[in-house]
Structures are given as C-alpha cells and as structure tokens.
Design a protein around this ligand. Structure first.
Ligand SMILES: [Cu+2]
Length: 157
C-alpha cells in the first residue's frame, strides 16, 4: 500500500469519526430537548415553610420546618410503589430557583433532605436571608408541574 493510499484511508477514518461524533451530539441534544422523565403530581399539592414565618427576626441556629400536602415524603432513590406520589425536600438558601427540568444542584445553597427529613437547623450569618423549598422526586428532579414554596425572608440577629 502506498503512503498516499494509507494517508487517504487515515483521513477518511478521521472524517468518519467526526461524522459519528456529530451524530452522537445530535442524538444527545435531541434527548436533552425531549427532557428527562418528570414525575407527575396532584394539581392541589402544596409545599410551604411552617417556620420561620416570612419577616421573622430570629437568632441562630435557625430551625426550619417543612410543610407538605398532597404528596408523601420518601428517601431519595426510592423505586416502585415507594416512589409513587412521593419525593423529598430541598431547601434553597439565598439562591434563585434553579432549572426545574433536571436534577437540582447539590451544594450549600441547595440542600437535599434525601433521608426524608421534614425539618433542619441552619447556621446562618447575621443579616437578611431568603429560604425556599422545592420538592423533587427520587431522582432529585422537580415534579411536573414543579412544586415550590413561597420564599420566606428572615433576618438573623
Ligand atoms: Cu434531592
């Protein structure tokens, strides 16, 4: 085989690899556009922060109690019947609402309660803070439609 033929074959392999990569990217983009599977929830379900109340002036640590109606709480990763009509709480601390069509971020401002907890205690710096709950399914993806509480604004002394 001449060097020219060999280099032509090599070049066509590169083109094929590029074409394959483009096709894979297109397929991934399509799946992304179609969205991840969302768990439906009752239209009348409610999510709210029981305490602290909006406008409260509190001393740390701040005990936050989660309120939920129309759905059940189950640990993250639950499957089958245990996952049906359930999910777990997520508390946003001084964070805007993240994307509702994918798993919620997990960091100091997006706290997951994947063991099924319904309250927590927060160490917050003195000053103004905003707390908001988002309920999500076993895979940390908000339900369809998303179930989000009203934000609660507090001042920590
Ligand atoms: Cu989660």
């Amino acid at each position: 085989m001449s060097a020219t033929v060999r280099s032509r074959i090599a070049r066509s392999r590169i083109v094929n690899a590029r074409l394959l990569a483009a096709l894979v990217l297109a397929a991934v983009a399509q799946v992304h556009a179609a969205g991840l599977p969302r768990t439906p929830r009752p239209a009348d379900a409610e999510l709210y922060i029981i305490s602290p109340v909006d406008g409260a002036v509190v001393r740390g640590p701040v005990r936050v109690q989660f309120g939920l109606r129309g759905l059940g709480v189950a640990p993250a990763g639950s499957t089958g019947a245990a996952a049906e009509g359930t999910g777990h709480h997520h508390l946003l601390v001084d964070a805007p609402l993240p994307a509702m069509d994918q798993p919620l971020p997990k960091d100091a401002q997006h706290i997951h309660f994947g063991k099924g907890q319904t309250e927590t205690e927060l160490e917050l710096a003195p000053g103004k803070h905003t707390l908001q709950l988002v309920f999500a399914d076993a895979n940390h993806i908000p339900h369809a439609p998303p179930l989000v509480s009203k934000p609660v604004h507090i001042t920590v002394r």
